[in-house]
Design a protein around this ligand. Structure first.
Ligand code: SF4
Length: 311
């Protein structure tokens, strides 16, 4: 019995077999890093969550081949090119056109996935994504993290919730698959607030969701706050409890791309239990069975609630 709509089952539905993600680095930055909206990035960010990405520079084909070699031996034949590092739509549109057109030209790339921010999707970018999406499926991953303004300010996200709403609407209108990242365990948030974020994402029109555990990485501003005792990280049991409530609130059709997240082990400060990813995923699956968790079992669409929050 399938308790939730996993990314693996979705990929098999779409492409008929297992598809592997290749993590690529297009050499971008972020408006919260280059001085446009700030210089220190988001408070938890150690470098665009793409530490293991292959730099593309000017030879896209070679970068894809190098990334493929990292998953060699698994019998992979189809790949998703995932531009994971920093803000994947934050560059002159000619550069984006070159990178992304060359990427989808590769015969084994079956889809293009771009991680970005809702405040970095201009009309020019939309028009490019629409063109590319007619050739191969394009996914856009939006780092929302929370719907709560006070937390958004603390993490230095740098855009209001209304930017998220507009981005989801604009991208959905041109047929782009939208995936949203949320973080469970952000400082100052109660479990109820975290579940509210999941509920909001579920009603926003997005196609997929990535749940991330707040983990504290060394040499981030978040680490300084953590070491000064300003907040605690979640226990595994508390993480699973919130995750279960979130999953019940999102629609059954929404694809779950991730049940937890992890940073580079060498940089992990807390929570240390998150370093054992296999154990964490096992614990999540066992809890879903024990608690009879079914995705969408508490979902009910409430347009008013969705609009209310975006004001
Ligand atoms: S937008 Fe993403 S990559 Fe950029 S600073 Fe924030 S978390 Fe890091």
């Amino acid at each position: 019995m399938s308790r939730y709509r996993s990314i693996n089952s979705y990929l098999r539905e779409q492409f008929g077999e297992k598809v592997y993600k290749l993590s690529l680095d297009g050499g971008f930055t972020c408006p919260t890093r280059d001085g446009t909206k700030g210089t220190r990035g988001c408070i938890f960010c150690s470098g665009g969550s793409g530490e293991f990405s292959i730099p593309v520079e000017n030879d896209v084909y070679q970068a894809i081949e190098t990334a493929k070699s990292l998953v060699a031996g698994k019998g992979a034949k189809k790949y998703i090119a995932y531009f994971q590092s920093y803000t994947g739509t934050y560059a002159p549109v000619e550069r984006l056109r070159y990178l992304y057109t060359e990427t989808i030209r590769h015969p084994e790339i079956v889809a293009l996935s771009i991680a970005t921010r809702p405040d970095c999707i201009s009309d020019e970018v939309l028009s490019l994504l629409s063109e590319l999406n007619k050739i191969k499926p394009v996914w856009v991953e939006l780092g929302l993290q929370t719907i709560h303004p006070q937390t958004a300010e603390y993490i230095r996200r740098g855009y209001p919730l209304s930017d998220y709403d507009k981005a989801v609407q604009d991208l959905s209108e041109i047929g782009i698959n939208v995936i949203v990242h949320m973080i469970i365990g952000l400082p100052g948030e109660t479990p109820e607030m975290m579940v509210e974020t999941a509920r909001y994402i579920g009603q926003s029109g997005a196609d997929g969701i990535k749940f991330q555990l707040l983990h504290v990485l060394k040499n981030t501003d978040l680490a300084d706050d953590y070491l000064s005792g300003l907040f605690h990280t979640l226990s595994l049991d508390n993480y699973i409890s919130v995750l279960e409530q979130c999953i019940e609130q999102i629609p059954p059709s929404m694809v779950i791309h991730r049940l937890t997240g992890d940073g580079a082990k060498r940089d992990l400060l807390a929570p240390l239990w998150s370093a054992d990813k296999k154990h964490v995923l096992n614990a999540i699956q066992c809890s879903f069975v024990r608690d009879n968790i079914i995705q969408g079992s508490k979902y009910s669409y409430n347009r008013f609630s969705a609009i209310f929050h975006s004001i």
